[in-house]
Design a protein around this ligand. Structure first.
Ligand code: CP
Length: 306
């Protein structure tokens, strides 16, 4: 995969996804050592180009690069020449002239990482673009499920929430489907795209039907700051209908796991007893984010794996 961009899970084969997951397992082992550093990307430079806020993705890309001994530069849009109206493409070309070995891009608008990738020669990694894709999030979700369940093939996975505006949902639909899981989606009708079943998923507007007998429930963040009043009547009603609590969880398999990409609106999409309870693997997802991003950086910019 050396020299390639990672713009979406849609572009990856099953074999490529499995290669990234297998490499992530080896990278996870580095994070468990006393000295959490290997020389895999020594002498390489990685630029984190985040035009949208992030805690998990930006921090874990930085840690991932540093654990591989790369030099990692964090670009802050608020203190850059973007504030002087320099365009995004000129910004990207300017940074590319400094010869980075990879650029990690997050932007609120779908397609910006692809535009930047078309303009740059080094690999570009999509760290989340609009409602399009968030490929490394899906990879860390796949890794977490594979670790917890021992497989992905044959599992049933319910993704619940704002499917229409979620890049996490799209990337996970591609990822879990390619690895042989049955994927269901659920949410208010205003949050389910009318053509979603063309992606091979089954759509539900009743949460109970969607999570009946599933192995994995993935809850999505509701953008309360933007969406309340537009796509559902109230946060309270949304929570009562599509929030996950102990009573609803009982419809899933007894050993079902609960995932969330974060940040969580406690008491909205997840009750605190679920977010902090036995079925939650939210912090495992965060931990795996570092290993997956190490694997992606290594496979795209490092030496060929032996
Ligand atoms: N899951 C996720 O992308 O979180 P951040 O926005 O904190 O990076």
């Amino acid at each position: 995969m050396i020299g390639r961009d990672l713009l979406g899970i849609e572009d990856l084969t099953r074999e490529e996804i499995e290669l990234i997951l297998d490499t992530s397992e080896r990278m996870k082992e580095v994070g468990e050592r006393e000295v959490k550093k290997v020389p895999g990307l020594r002498g390489r430079t990685i630029i984190n180009l985040f035009f949208e806020s992030s805690t998990r993705t930006r921090t874990s890309f930085e840690i991932a690069g540093k654990r591989l001994s790369a030099d990692v530069i964090n670009f802050s849009s608020s203190s850059s020449s973007l504030t002087k109206k320099e365009s995004i493409l000129d910004t990207a070309r300017t940074l590319a002239a400094m010869d980075p070995d990879a650029v990690v891009v997050r932007h609120a608008v779908s397609g910006v990482p692809r535009r930047i990738a078309d303009a740059l020669e080094c690999p570009v990694i999509n760290a989340g673009d609009g409602a399009h894709e968030h490929p490394t999030q899906a990879l860390l979700d796949l890794l977490t499920v594979r670790q917890k369940k021992g497989r992905i093939d044959g599992l049933s996975v319910a993704i619940v929430g704002d499917i229409a505006h979620s890049r996490v949902a799209r990337s996970n639909i591609y990822g879990f489907s390619k690895l042989g899981a049955e994927v269901r989606v659920a949410g208010p009708p205003t949050m389910i795209p009318s053509d979603i079943e063309s992606l091979g998923v089954k759509a539900f507007t009743k949460m109970r039907d969607a999570i009946d007998g599933v192995d994995v429930i993935m809850m999505l963040r509701i953008q309360t700051e933007r969406l309340a009043g537009a796509l559902f009547p109230s946060v309270r009603e949304y929570s009562a209908t599509f929030g996950l609590n102990d009573a609803k969880l009982a419809y899933a398999k007894a050993d079902a796991i609960v995932m969330h990409p974060g940040p969580v609106n406690r008491g909205v999409e997840l009750s605190p007893t679920i977010a902090d309870g036995r079925p939650s693997v939210i912090l495992d997802q965060v931990r795996n984010g570092v290993a997956v991003r190490m694997a992606v950086l290594y496979l795209l910019t490092g030496r060929a794996p032996e």
